[in-house]
Design a protein around this ligand. Structure first.
Ligand code: ADP
Ligand code: MG
Length: 633
């Protein structure tokens, strides 16, 4: 059976094209400039093929002209131009790309940067123009033609005149409507801004006559007040050279820093940069920077992560979030890939598999650069960690710890013995013989942690303890479970298991002897604690609180701060008493003498003090003060 061709309602198709492909109307300029650049590239390529020299990219400028009075915006190029047939087929057939055909015909090593491939970009002009005229004279021809269209109605082509080879795209800008402002496309600063935003790295100069103002000669002196006059100046709007496409050995740190500061509006040099180009599953150039400091809104909802995404030097998206995982959201920079097409919508782009491949490989590169920094520029890394460590910890915690393997090596904690920030790797590498866990303590500040009674015994044994002072810390540690086969253990854990067998035996014996005392204290405290026991972990302190199970006092505190009083999560508390302390003797005597009331006061005060030491809120400060007084008199 003979196959039939689909028919298309070209009017409807064009309408769809004009109104649905692009989210922003300003994109039309990017598309037209890209076409002009392609046409110039083709000319340049053909000239080289024919052995013609004497072409200089600088002479092949793309020129923009604004004619406010007639509502006209004109784009002129000195490119290859189009013949009558080409005007008909390239601009008369939707989705026909002369550029794609050209690209397929050139040698793969050719120095061309062809952008077009879909054959739809040109129609973006109708988003802002009521009439589009294309006056073109093809390379090697002395005839010119004028293509003209008002949009969906179709087009005409007729002979015309043009002095030189090349193309003028003449847009008659639409009148403003109630909801749309089209006048802005006749404002020189607006046009300048759009060029800078999307087409800054087009390799040919994009120039525009700018109207500027200056003080009239002879005025502005002591006796004549300043008068101003307008004058015209041809200005190049784009910077042309995408530094990420240059070879690394051509660039200095200063080049990178300067680029970073102007491009990303930072006044400080970045801490480091990553410049890579990769071929393979996805071919791309990337230039990434780690800022020296977190932007003021970094830890707020307003912060928007993402890298700039370019296709052949033309900006497609300003903040492409999918290129950066949350844990590295502080990275600034850009990715340029010829694989990604300009004309597809954001929504489609987000599902592009190549984007995921790029994101995955960038993640690895960022990690290895951070590890380099950690290894070779420790002080800088610590400064970095001060700004962004919280984000890394958060990254290790979220998604049920899915990223912990990637991030653990990058974390730093304050060490009780080294008195500085250390990595988990460093901790594990110097663990003491017989040490079973990576110990950590939690508290508001390092100074407060150092005062914790529980720390005494670890200090005696010479064990290093990591001091955790941020609210995310313990949640993150619990999610990570351990590091290199060593698990994490809180020094406030009830089964700290630090005593020798001998010490354990001794405590067991003492506990049996003093069971009635321990029972009495437990009874006095009621539900406040789940257990009262003797401990070997204290030296000079009479008592401390420890917890059993997954929730610690510190976590309870954090959750309560987040959820208010109604927080349903409570730590299971154990009051541990030091049998060697004089206070214990007192309690023992009270129990023996049957002084129940006084014993209760003692128990309450000891418990409340333990809470205070842990930095926990106490239920009734007045009752506590009264009880202390009653014991003093
Ligand atoms: P694409 O750029 O993706 O090919 P466009 O719709 O933007 O699609 O353009 C269609 C075709 O029209 C181009 O492929 C090119 O052949 C031709 N064209 C557009 N603008 C110009 C120009 N300024 N000079 C020469 N040819 C052009
Ligand atoms: Mg195009």
């Amino acid at each position: 059976m003979a196959k039939k061709q689909f028919k298309a309602e070209s009017k409807r198709l064009l309408d769809l094209m004009i109104n649905s492909i692009y989210t922003h109307k300003e994109i039309f300029l990017r598309e037209l400039i890209s076409n002009a650049s392609d046409a110039t590239d083709k000319l340049y390529y053909n000239a080289m093929q024919n052995g013609e020299t004497g072409f200089n990219r600088d002479d092949l400028a793309i020129v923009l002209t604004i004619d406010k009075e007639n509502r006209r915006l004109t784009l002129s190029d000195k490119g290859c131009g189009m013949t009558r047939d080409e005007l008909e087929s390239n601009l008369g057939t939707i989705a026909r790309s002369g550029s794609l055909a050209f690209k397929q015909g050139v040698e793969s090593t050719a120095d061309v940067d062809i952008i077009g491939q879909f054959g739809v970009g040109f129609y973006a002009a109708f988003m802002v123009a009521s009439t589009v005229e294309v006056l073109s004279r093809a390379e090697g021809s002395d005839e010119a033609f004028l293509w003209k269209s008002n949009g969906a109605d179709g087009y005409t082509v007729e002979p015309a005149a043009r002095a030189e080879r090349g193309t003028d795209i003449i847009l008659t800008i639409k009148e403003n409507t109630e909801t749309e402002n089209y006048d802005e496309y006749l404002e020189q600063y607006r046009i300048q801004g759009i060029v800078k935003k999307y087409s800054d790295y087009i390799r040919y100069p994009i120039r525009m006559e700018m109207t500027k103002s200056r003080v009239k000669e002879g005025t502005g002196t002591e006796d004549t007040p300043a008068e101003y006059e307008d004058y015209q100046e041809l200005e190049t709007l784009n910077s042309m050279i995408p530094i990420w496409k240059k070879a690394k050995n051509e660039l200095t740190d200063d080049d990178y820093n300067h680029f970073y500061k102007t491009k990303f509006f930072d006044y400080e040099d970045p801490l480091c940069h990553i410049h890579t180009s990769t071929e393979g599953a996805a071919t791309y150039n990337a230039l990434l920077f780690v800022p020296a400091r977190a932007p003021f809104d970094y830890y707020t909802k307003d912060f928007e992560k993402g890298l700039q995404l370019y296709s052949n030097g033309v900006l497609i998206m300003d903040k492409c979030a999918d290129l950066l995982p949350d844990h590295f959201s502080f990275v600034r920079g850009l990715v340029d890939s010829a694989d990604l097409s300009l004309n597809i919508s954001r929504e489609m782009l987000q599902h592009d598999r190549r984007l995921k491949v790029i994101a995955g490989s960038l993640e690895k590169k960022i990690k290895s650069e951070l590890q380099n920094l950690l290894k070779n520029r420790r002080e800088d890394y610590e400064a970095f960690f001060k700004s962004f460590g919280r984000q890394l910890k958060y990254g290790a915690y979220v998604d049920y710890g899915a990223h912990k393997e990637l991030l653990m090596d990058l974390l730093l904690y304050h060490s009780s013995t080294e008195n500085k920030l250390v990595t988990l790797e460093e901790y594990v590498s110097r663990m003491k013989e017989g040490q079973k866990h990576i110990y950590y303590a939690t508290g508001e500040t390092v100074a407060k942690i150092e005062l914790l009674p529980q720390l005494e015994m670890l200090r005696d044994k010479g064990y290093e303890v990591l001091c955790l002072t941020e609210d995310i810390d313990e949640f993150c540690i619990k999610m990570m479970h351990g590091y290199k086969d060593m698990d994490f253990k809180s020094i406030a854990d009830n089964d700290l298991d630090l005593e020798t067998d001998e010490e354990k035996e001794q405590i067991k014996k003492l506990s049996e002897e003093n069971q009635p005392v321990l029972d009495a204290v437990k009874e006095a405290l009621g539900d406040k604690v789940s257990k009262v026991q003797l401990t070997g972990r204290l030296k000079s302190h009479p008592c401390c609180l420890t917890t059993k199970g997954g929730v610690s006092l510190e976590m309870e505190k954090v959750l309560a701060a987040q959820n208010g009083e109604s927080s349903p999560v409570h730590a299971e508390r154990v009051l541990e008493l030091n049998a060697g302390h004089a206070i214990f003797e007192k309690v023992k005597a009270l129990q023996a003498a049957g002084e129940g009331e006084k014993l209760k006061a003692f128990a309450d005060v000891l418990y409340t003090q333990a809470l205070l030491i842990e930095g926990m809120p106490i239920d009734d400060p007045v009752a506590y003060a009264n009880e202390v007084c009653s014991l003093l008199v």
